[in-house]
Write a protein that binds this ligand. Structure first.
Ligand SMILES: [Zn+2]
Length: 433
């Protein structure tokens, strides 16, 4: 099997040993090993990366480790599986040659405020550069952010060109309807004191809840208060930039933005029970328009499937909505979610504004969202929203009218609130329609 692997994952010779370096006993991480000294310190929010220090969440050199959890969110389990299956050498270190960001982002003054970015490492894309000396000395420090360039092709963009709403310019929007973008992937790195503060809870209470409600997956959360960085096993985010990324961080640059929470059913498969993909596409259109006017467009795509409840819960809720007496109505929309999940929503937008601080954005000129939770969270973090742009009615799919009415009634930004009678009319399709 190893012959199919890229060269960098091949062991030097013979079968891969999945025993940790130099010892075969299980190493418990719940307490510091005797004589190992203090972990390398992290001074979160230090302006200079050398003073800040690297976040080390790799397991190859326990003496360098200063974070709880591992890299790659939930994919860390696949890495463990690859080691167990003897497909990956347990001490493999990535070769970072030529992996540096394809566009420069930061540093911005916001990086030097420990309270502004608490859910990922602002230096995450620059580790190969700013910690080059330690990497050369054998430390295993991994990037938690990567920045690259791409072309994207969406049928909705081509439709917008055909309808005359967008015109190809040959630079950003090409004649075939393809769009040049810069994109970034960000893995979560939670600075626990900062996350606790953002939610208004004590750090010990946050650590205890994370420990207990992950069935004790991370004992260091309660035994190692000295470790304050945590790489949670959750999805991160993808950023798509339209226009010149170098214009970020300048107050005069106008910004258009869509903050989008993942919805696989709609985003990828075009399921019509919600407005997710139409809103995403509408956001992309506004972003292209802004880039063509000399500003920057930004789509923030958060991996928070089904209001961060997950797709199984989401599908259970769909069934409950469509089978309830009286049919699928806006009046019962949130109640059905609450019956199954216990809450209406677990996305908690409190951490979402971090990415704007990371990009040096203090003002969003056109915000393609109707969510009051998103706009409130941004404003609470001091980010100005000049104009909130609702989705045009003609882009709302038929079966999604229930969701749209329910959200408007609950406080979503809209020029016209639905009336009470309207909310009780069944508008969603039945299960077998
Ligand atoms: Zn959706």
């Amino acid at each position: 099997m190893t012959s199919a692997l890229p060269p960098s994952t091949k062991p030097p010779s013979g079968p891969v040993s999945n025993a940790p370096r130099n010892h075969r006993h299980i190493r418990l991480t719940s307490h510091p090993t005797r004589g190992s000294g203090k972990p390398p310190e992290i001074h979160w929010g230090a302006a200079n990366p050398a003073d800040r220090g690297p976040v080390v969440a790799t397991v190859t050199h326990p003496e360098h480790r200063n974070a709880i959890g591992v890299h790659a969110g939930g994919y860390g389990i696949y890495r463990a599986l690859a080691v167990a299956a003897q497909a990956l050498a347990p001490d493999h270190k990535p070769d970072l040659t030529d992996t540096s960001p394809a566009a420069s982002i930061g540093p911005f003054p916001q990086w030097a405020d420990p309270g502004k970015i608490v859910s990922f490492d602002p230096w995450g894309h620059l580790v190969a550069d700013v910690f080059a000396d330690r990497l050369a000395a054998g430390w295993d420090i991994r990037p938690t952010i990567a920045v690259t360039k791409a072309r994207v092709s969406m049928p909705e963009v081509k439709d917008a060109v055909e309808a005359g709403r967008l015109a190809p310019d040959g630079e950003i929007l090409l004649s075939a309807g393809d769009v040049r973008v810069t994109k970034a992937a960000i893995e979560p790195v939670w600075w626990l004191p900062g996350v606790a503060e953002r939610f208004g809870v004590a750090e010990t209470a946050l650590r205890r809840s994370l420990f207990e409600h992950t069935a004790g997956m991370y004992p260091e959360l309660v035994t190692r208060p000295d470790l304050k960085a945590f790489l949670p096993p959750i999805g991160g985010m993808s950023l798509y930039f339209f226009g010149d990324v170098a214009k970020l961080g300048h107050a005069e640059t106008p910004i258009a933005c869509r903050v989008h929470d993942e919805c696989n059913g709609s985003d990828v498969f075009g399921s019509d029970i919600c407005t997710c993909r139409p809103y995403l596409a509408h956001g992309v259109e506004l972003c292209i328009e802004m880039a063509q006017k000399g500003g920057v467009g930004l789509v923030v795509y958060n991996r928070k499937e089904g209001r961060a409840l997950g797709e199984v819960t989401k599908f259970l809720v769909y069934n409950a909505r469509k089978r309830q007496r009286g049919g699928d109505t806006a009046a019962q929309y949130f109640a059905r979610t609450e019956c199954v999940a216990g809450v209406q929503d677990m996305r908690f937008q409190q951490l979402m504004p971090d990415v704007f601080h990371w990009l040096g954005i203090a003002r969003i000129d056109r915000f393609a969202s109707m969510s009051n939770m998103k706009s409130d969270a941004l404003r609470a973090q001091g980010i100005e929203i000049v104009e909130q742009v609702p989705i045009p009615d003609e882009l709302i799919p038929l079966d999604a009218q229930v969701e749209m009415d329910a959200k408007k009634a609950a406080g979503y930004f809209t020029p016209k609130k639905p009336d009470l009678v309207d909310l009780t009319v069944a508008k969603g399709r039945g299960l077998s329609e």
